[in-house]
Design a protein around this ligand. Structure first.
Ligand code: SF4
Ligand code: SF4
Length: 113
């Protein structure tokens, strides 16, 4: 579930507002989106993947955390934007698609003769 928008990192691009499939965020006058409907979050990580500056933290749980780590703690523990980093999105990173060796095409096509 979405837990934090970093006001330090956010550049106000509103990409997270646009890509969220359940309209969790509201735009804000200072440019940093507000988590307006956290209960609608589907923990899909799309917003975190799209944020160009690793400013979002989506916790891998379906319910809100009792105690959300501070922004400083999330940075120190490298959790802020960690999903995006894991999938390799972002400048200078290697995407999972680039290193995926799953023989996917062989699984969906009929056996070769
Ligand atoms: S994790 Fe998915 S549903 Fe939740 S705020 Fe981000 S984009 Fe929206
Ligand atoms: S995608 Fe990231 S930088 Fe853009 S508005 Fe959302 S939190 Fe801010």
């Amino acid at each position: 579930m979405i837990e934090l928008v970093s006001s330090e990192r956010c550049v106000g691009c509103t990409l997270c507002v646009k890509v969220c499939p359940t309209n969790v965020f509201d735009k804000n006058v200072d440019g940093v989106p507000i988590i307006a409907r956290q209960e609608d979050c589907q923990t899909c990580f799309i917003c975190e993947a799209y944020c160009p500056v690793d400013a979002l933290y989506v916790a891998p749980f379906e319910n809100p955390l009792d105690a959300v780590p501070s922004e400083e703690e999330l940075i120190q523990t490298k959790l802020l934007g960690s999903w995006r980093e894991t999938i390799g999105w972002g400048k200078g990173r290697t995407t999972l698609a680039e290193v995926d060796t799953t023989p996917f095409i062989d699984l969906i096509l009929p056996p070769r003769r």
